[in-house]
Design a binder for this molecule. Structure first.
Ligand code: GLU
Length: 494
């Protein structure tokens, strides 16, 4: 068998997700168990959504968890560059190959045509997808339109009949009818490749032997297999892992569970405990022992024992495991050292100190005044909100609308947050002081405290989201029906 090479291919479009770490762990474990390589590739072809910050955060988080890669950005191997934005020429060359073989075609359809086609398909309840309008365009016509600089995309051809049959390491044979497969855009009108095209070209050129990824990609496999066939390449072995789930079995989402690795770092979890916990998702040691190191996992791992029932990401269980690590793995001296390191971690503490210095007279005041920066839970009760001048229904709006607004912010800064809060206070017809009052309680645990806007800026969205949600629950929560009404009202504010 050729050398085992696996990869994780994150798109840097948001916070580093625990799901990425989970998939990285299994890929790394499988590669190292087989004396192979684990590659990291940054899939940043979506220029509108990819950011350098997200890329740095993802890479740093994986490193914090010890999920280091053998090849990737900053540890170049023979298959670089490992960022898709630096591989444009490779994709241009490869799309020419497909065009030359007649396996891909130029499509000049306008947005309007495509959207009315889609609407028609929705109305007629027929299969959604491209109808092949430009499929048989003559070469002369294509050249004429290209010379006129018309906007185009390049799509792949797809067989009309039959099924795509492939094997998944965990699921066995999977069959998907070609009629279900769209003539996927491979090159967008900005000249950049789509995920499908870049992913296949790179997996091949990076000599990936096993594609181990989340089950949400199963339906993409026919497109990928077809591309391998068109190029005349041997496809890798596919393995689709079960998705992490919320307690109610829905796909793990930040609305119900913190999903950002940064949140777990901020809350003072040990990276080794979090990695161990992710290793328990869908898999366990044959002995049933739940505490194990990545090394032990590598020795014992058997990919065929991954169970397909959606693993539930349960924070209570993670807490239990993390506590076990604290007690069993750290001497008192280590505990103190790690606690100190966590407390004084640069990113946070440099932002908090100037705020605290303004208000304290002695160090011991810090605990009382700034404790909310490090606490996991503020142990509030509904009563804590009773000094607000606003009535309960308005308090609920302030909390919920603030959460939605904060979640939508592109720029996370004091001034940005302040101007949005001011705007919403005006829109709700209340004074900014009154608007901020329930936020003080929800975020800092007190009616009077350090600047709540500064505090929100420092705490970041993941912790703020948890606190606002806890406060909303304390005040009676928002039923699905009420949520709909509030959403409507919130939208009408803008
Ligand atoms: N860039 C894709 C993602 O963000 C990678 C999917 C895959 O592993 O093929 O999940």
């Amino acid at each position: 068998m050729s050398r085992v090479r696996t990869r994780i291919a994150p798109s840097p479009t948001g916070d580093p997700h625990v799901g990425t770490a989970y998939i990285a762990l299994f890929n790394r474990c499988f590669a190292h168990q087989n004396n192979g390589d684990f590659v990291l590739r940054v899939e940043d072809t979506d220029q509108a959504r990819s950011t350098k910050k997200s890329e740095n955060d993802i890479l740093n988080s994986l490193q914090w968890l010890g999920l280091t890669w053998d090849e990737g950005p900053a540890s170049e191997g023979n298959c670089g560059p490992y960022r898709q934005s630096e591989r444009s020429q490779i994709y241009s060359k490869h799309i020419q190959l497909l065009l030359g073989k007649g396996k891909a075609f130029h499509c000049f359809c306008s947005e309007e045509r495509l959207s009315s086609l889609r609407n028609e398909q929705i109305t007629n309840k027929t299969q959604i997808g491209y109808d092949g309008h430009c499929l048989d365009m003559s070469n002369d016509e294509v050249q004429r339109r290209l010379a006129l600089n018309e906007r185009f995309v390049i799509r792949m051809k797809v067989p009309e009949h039959g099924d795509c049959v492939f094997n998944d390491m965990l699921r066995g044979e999977i069959r998907i009818a070609w009629s279900q497969v769209d003539m996927q855009v491979l090159i967008k009108s900005d000249g950049l490749p789509t995920y499908h095209f870049a992913n296949v070209v790179d997996d091949h050129l990076m000599e990936i032997s096993h594609v181990i990824r989340g089950e949400e990609w199963i339906n993409s496999v026919p497109k990928h297999i077809l591309l391998y066939q068109y190029f005349g390449w041997v496809p890798p072995i596919f393995c689709h892992m079960p998705l992490l789930r919320n307690a109610d079995k829905s796909k793990l989402s930040k609305r119900k569970n913190p999903t950002s690795i940064g949140y777990y770092k901020d809350m003072g979890y040990l990276p080794e405990a979090l990695v161990n916990y992710l290793g328990l998702m869908g898999w366990s040691l044959p002995s049933g022992e739940e505490k194990f190191s990545p090394k032990e996992m590598i020795t014992e791992f058997d990919i065929n024992r991954v169970s397909l029932g959606g693993p539930i990401f349960d924070i209570e269980k993670l807490n239990w495991l993390n506590g076990k690590y604290l007690r069993e793995e750290l001497s008192d001296v280590d505990f103190l050292k790690k606690f100190g390191d966590w407390l004084s971690r640069d990113e946070k503490i440099t932002a908090i100190v100037p705020l605290l210095k303004e208000r304290v007279d002695k160090f011991s005041d810090v605990v009382d005044l700034g404790g909310f920066f490090i606490a996991a839970d503020l142990t509030l009760t509904a009563d804590d909100f009773s000094n607000s001048k606003l009535d309960p229904a308005v308090i609920l709006r302030v909390l919920q609308f603030s959460l939605w607004r904060l979640e939508s912010l592109k720029k996370w800064s004091h001034d940005e947050i302040q101007s949005h809060f001011q705007l919403m206070a005006n829109q709700l017809g209340i004074k900014i002081r009154d608007f901020l009052s329930p936020l003080f309680v929800a975020i800092t645990g007190r009616a009077v405290s350090l600047s709540v806007i500064e505090s929100i800026t420092i705490l970041d969205i993941n912790i703020v989201r948890m606190r606002l949600r806890t406060a909303i629950e304390l005040l009676g929560g928002v039923s699905k029906k009420k949520q709909k009404l509030l959403e409507k009202e919130y939208k009408s504010l803008n």
